[in-house]
Ligand binder design. Structure first.
Ligand SMILES: [Zn+2]
Ligand SMILES: [Zn+2]
Length: 314
């Protein structure tokens, strides 16, 4: 059985669980660890069973709870290298360290740990240190190195890899982050596609999103609401730009012209709270899908900011 649960979606935090019978992946950790666990429990998902965390890009609404959650669960975090680098810069802003220096320091620490003790006195000392380390609180460790993660794995856009029995294909999306990606997940013969935070739908992404059983795409803003809304002009321009966010119109255009109509569920995600209304997004998508909606196909669902969605079971 394949299952998908959107825990949060929007500019105040994004996180989704994708799981097969054997493997569970958290996509983005954009709300606090406490909130994430609360929402998982409310949705009937056990946080302790997560196998990995996957990051789409380094914006705060996708990584807010990442470090604490990864450390608490002891799971590896998958990034592209450029996203990891940008995340390190974001989380350690005052530490004037280049990425190369950071890597060198990490290597030194690992080597220091690997050196065998030379005499019993040293061994005692190490035992003491280890105990001390174990006692050091989460907060102290985080203070010493807020970027500390149990393990980091790198992937590259366009290159498929596996986590357990889930095949993951990351693909490049146009957005103003270091190396943003969308994902397609495949397990047990089923396919789930996720693409939020994109200024427009490029052909390469549209192709990746074919043959999906569940499709989650951004429907960020209504253009008129954005134009007349409260944002300063510079922010409006950013949102509307080719590396901003997908409008209801652009999502509808994709659904009408490029999408193959194969999904059982189409989830509209990352809706703006200032520049959109759920009903506007829904009407726009449903109009685009008008000839293809049925009891079993192309059911339109809306992901929300403040509550987890009911899990989708496939
Ligand atoms: Zn973003
Ligand atoms: Zn976002």
């Amino acid at each position: 059985m394949v299952r998908m649960t959107v825990l949060a979606s929007g500019s105040r935090g994004n996180s989704t669980v994708v799981s097969s019978s054997r493997t569970r992946i958290l996509v983005d950790a954009g709300v606090s660890c406490r909130e994430l666990f609360k929402r998982m429990q409310a949705a009937g998902e056990d946080p302790r069973t997560l196998d990995a965390i996957l990051i789409t890009h380094e914006h705060q609404d996708h990584v807010q709870g990442l470090a604490v959650t990864a450390r608490k669960l002891g799971v590896p975090v998958y990034f592209t290298e450029a996203t990891h680098r940008a995340w390190i810069r974001w989380i350690t802003p005052r530490k004037r360290m280049t990425y190369a220096e950071w890597l060198a320091e990490r290597k030194q620490q690992a080597e220091a740990r690997a050196v065998a003790p030379l005499n019993p006195a040293m061994e005692d000392r190490e035992a003491f240190d280890e105990e001390h380390d174990a006692l050091a609180s989460e907060a102290e460790k985080a203070k010493a190195d807020p970027a500390l993660l149990p393990a980091v794995e790198f992937f590259s856009a366009g290159e498929e890899f596996c986590i357990g029995d889930i095949a993951v294909t990351p693909f490049t999306i146009p957005h103003d982050a270091a190396d943003p990606v969308g994902f397609v997940f495949e397990a047990e013969g089923l396919r789930i596609g996720l693409a939020t935070d994109l200024g427009y739908m490029p052909p390469n992404a549209a192709i990746r999103l074919r043959r999906c059983d569940v499709l989650m795409i951004e429907s960020n803003h209504d253009l008129d609401m954005l134009r007349d809304g409260p944002y300063p002009w510079s922010v409006k321009q950013r949102v509307m730009s080719r590396v901003g966010h997908l409008s209801n119109n652009a999502a509808a255009e994709f659904l009408e012209k490029s999408y193959d109509g194969q999904a059982a569920y189409v989830i509209l995600a990352h809706l703006s709270e200032s520049n959109n209304l759920p009903e506007l997004a829904r009407v726009s998508a449903e109009h685009a899908l008008r000839d293809r909606m049925s009891l079993l196909g192309n059911r339109v669902l809306l992901a929300t900011q403040d509550q987890p969605m009911a899990s989708i079971l496939l």
